[in-house]
Design a protein around this ligand. Sequence first.
Ligand code: ADP
Length: 249
Amino acid sequence: GAATPVALEARGLVKAFREFRATNDVSLRVDEGEIHAIIGPNGAGKTTLFNLLSGFLAPTSGEVLLFGERIHGLPPHAIVRRGLSRSFQISSVFSSLTVRENVLVALQSATALPRQFWVPLSRLDKLRPRADEILAAVGLGGAPDRLAADLSHGEKRQLEIGISLSQDPRVLLLDEPTSGMGSEGIARVIALVRQVARGRTVVLVEHNMSVVAELADRITVLQYGQVLASGKYDEVRRDPRVIEAYLGE
Ligand code: ADP
C-alpha cells in the first residue's frame, strides 16, 4: 500500500553547549498517526531533543522537518502555527484562573492577531463550546469552574494537555505526562493519550516503561546524546544494547 506520510523528522541534530554535545547527530522519524516514545537515562538528551523539535532551541547543525517543511530556526509560536505543539512538564497553567478560563485563554491566543492583548467578552463566549469540548476530552468536563490552583497534580497535567489541544496540533509533544502520578492518575493519562492520539501524531518523553509498553508504537532510545536504537517497541526492547544500557536496570 501507500507509504504513511512522515509527520516529524530530525536529521543529524547536534546541539552543542560549548564543547559538550547534548545531542550528537540525532536522527528520528515519526510517521503520521503513530505514538512515538523517546526514552533514555537522565542526561541522555531527551529534553534537549524536545527543545530542538519545538523551536525552544536552535540546532548547532542538522534539520527538523514537519510534514516535509523545514522548521528548525523558527520560533516556537511559528512552529505551533504549523501544527506542532508541546505540553510542558513545567506547568503552563494559570493558577488564579478557573479550569475553563485557562482553556479559553489558550483558545484565544491560538486565534489572536499579533499584539492583540485584550479580547471582547463576546469573543470569549463564542469560544466557550469549544473550551467545554476540550475539557470533556481531557476528563475535566465536570470541573469547569474550579480554580486551577485547587486541582490535584494529575488534574493539572490533564489541563495542560487540554491547553495544548487548544492549538489543535497535528503533532503533540508530551513531556513526561505521568511524572509524579500514582497508578490511578497514570491509568487516566494512558487513556487520555490514546484518545488525543486519534487523528494525531504523539511524541512523548516517558520514564515509566509500563506506560511506554502500553502506548508506544515505536520508540527511540537515547544515550549520551545519541540514538542507541529506534524502531517498533517489541523489537527495540529485545535489543541487547538497549537491555544493557537502560531497560535491564
Ligand atoms: P535528559 O532530558 O535526557 O535528562 P537533557 O537534554 O536535559 O537530558 O541534558 C542532556 C545533557 O546536556 C546533560 O548532560 C545536561 O547537563 C546537558 N545540558 C542540557 N542543557 C544544557 C545547557 N543549557 N548548557 C549546558 N549543558 C546542558
